[in-house]
Every structure is written in structure tokens, then in C-alpha cells.
Design a protein around this ligand. Structure first.
Ligand SMILES: O=C(O)CCC(=O)C(=O)O
Ligand SMILES: [Fe+2]
Length: 223
């Protein structure tokens, strides 16, 4: 059986439109399985629908960089995709309040051991993705957290050595936390496609905007 997601509504995914044969599906029970990836934590509904709407509205007032195939915004520190590094000289100043509020919440809730000082916003139109990668090890700390807004997507985790692949469905307003093996031994990526299949169901992609929070490691603070 398949179901099709409609527009993302302001009130969240529970208000998505379903195809007629899927009305009995209880989406809340859909289990996002992270058990086989040590260090990976998935938290649905991390922010509420009005917070998500406000955040997206704020982000959409800002200027997108079009240097990559997908649009991005960098806060705190600029990341150099070509050199694969963060240069302290590329400090963009403190995170803006809307990003700082989330960084603070993540820290106060004990989800990250250091308060994130960099946020990268990625915008994916349906059909866009991100190549499988491990986030720069010398640039960023142990904890990488990504908040999803807009549409769903399946993030594919690939073990760097065994090449085992595990898909993880990211719902809007959820966060995913990469630590330990999930951060250092598994690559993550998003296949550029317009529909994802997850646990036998189809999820039509919509515009997705993610906010990735990291703690930048600078050479002078080698802790
Ligand atoms: O879009 C996402 O959730 C992840 C983005 C990502 O992996 C990255 O910017 O390194
Ligand atoms: Fe990444």
C-alpha cells in the first residue's frame, strides 16, 4: 500500500492529505528505526508547528547563497566546501537570535555537550539532495544536529567500511542527532529524487529546509 503526502500544512504532518486507501494508516506509529546506527538519535516533533512556520518565515527573509546546487545560508562560521575547512577568519559573528534560541535549547536539554556556534541552512527542492559524506572531522565537534522543516526526506546512512545502508525517514519538525559512530563511521546523504520509499510507503518530497547545528573546533582550543 502506498500513500501520498500533500502540501505541508502549517499545523504539521498529521494534517497531510492521504490517498483514499491509506486513511487507516496511523502515521504516528511509523517507527523511524535508528537502533542499528550507534550514536544516532531521532526526535520527532522537536518544535511545534507555529515555531516551525515562524522559523521558515524568518529564514525565507534572508539571502540564500547559490554557490552549490542547493541553496544555503551560513551563520556563525562560513564553511569552505572546496577546501573542506572552517577558517577562524571566516567568523560571521554570533548566531542570529532565532538560531541561538535553538542552539541554547539543544544545549540546555543535554542533547549536545557544547553550545553550537555554527548553523548551516540547506534548502532542497524536490529532486535535490546531498552527496553521502562524513561531516569534516577536524572542523566540527562530536555532535551534529539537524532540524528538518518543510517536507519529508529519507536520509541514507552508509557505513564507511562495510557499505551497509540504512535509510532514516526525517519528518518535518524532527531533529536528528549524530554522535559517535553515527558521526564518525557512517556517512549520511540524501539521494536526489522526488519520491522516497520508506517501510513500503511512498513519501512525495516537498521543499525541505534543514538547519544543521555544529560546534566549530578551532586549532587553539584543542579540547
Ligand atoms: O539536510 C540535512 O539534514 C543534512 C545536511 C548535511 O548533512 C550537511 O550539511 O552536512
Ligand atoms: Fe552532513
Amino acid at each position: 500500500m502506498t500513500f501520498v503526502m500533500g502540501q505541508v500544512s502549517a499545523t504539521g504532518w498529521e494534517k497531510y492529505m492521504f490517498s483514499a486507501d491509506a486513511t487507516e494508516l496511523n502515521l504516528q506509529s511509523l517507527l523511524v528505526d535508528t537502533a542499528n546506527i550507534p550514536g544516532l538519535t531521532y526526535i520527532p516533533d522537536y518544535i511545534n508547528a507555529s515555531q516551525a512556520e515562524q522559523l521558515l518565515f524568518t529564514i525565507d527573509q534572508k539571502i540564500w547563497s547559490t554557490q552549490l546546487k542547493r541553496n544555503v545560508q551560513h551563520y556563525g562560521y562560513k564553511y569552505d566546501y572546496k577546501k573542506r575547512l572552517v577558517d577562524p577568519a571566516m567568523n560571521l559573528g554570533a548566531l542570529p537570535n532565532w538560531a541561538q534560541d535553538i542552539a541554547q535549547k539543544l544545549y540546555l536539554e543535554g542533547l549536545t555537550e557544547k553550545i553550537p556556534d555554527q548553523a548551516i541552512v540547506n534548502e532542497y527542492q524536490p529532486g535535490q539532495g546531498i552527496a553521502s559524506h562524513i561531516d569534516c572531522v577536524p572542523c566540527f565537534g562530536n555532535t551534529i544536529i539537524s532540524l528538518s522543516l518543510g517536507g519529508t526526506c529519507v536520509m541514507e546512512f552508509t557505513h564507511a567500511k562495510t557499505k551497509e545502508k540504512i535509510p532514516v525517514l526525517l519528518m518535518p519538525r524532527s531533529i536528528i542527532i549524530l554522535q559517535g559512530a553515527a558521526r564518525y563511521e557512517w556517512q549520511h546523504g540524501i539521494v536526489p529524487r522526488k519520491t522516497d520509499k520508506y517501510q513500503g510507503r511512498e513519501f512525495v518530497r516537498d521543499r525541505r529546509v534543514s538547519l544543521t547545528f555544529r560546534k566549530v573546533l578551532l586549532s587553539e582550543e584543542s579540547d
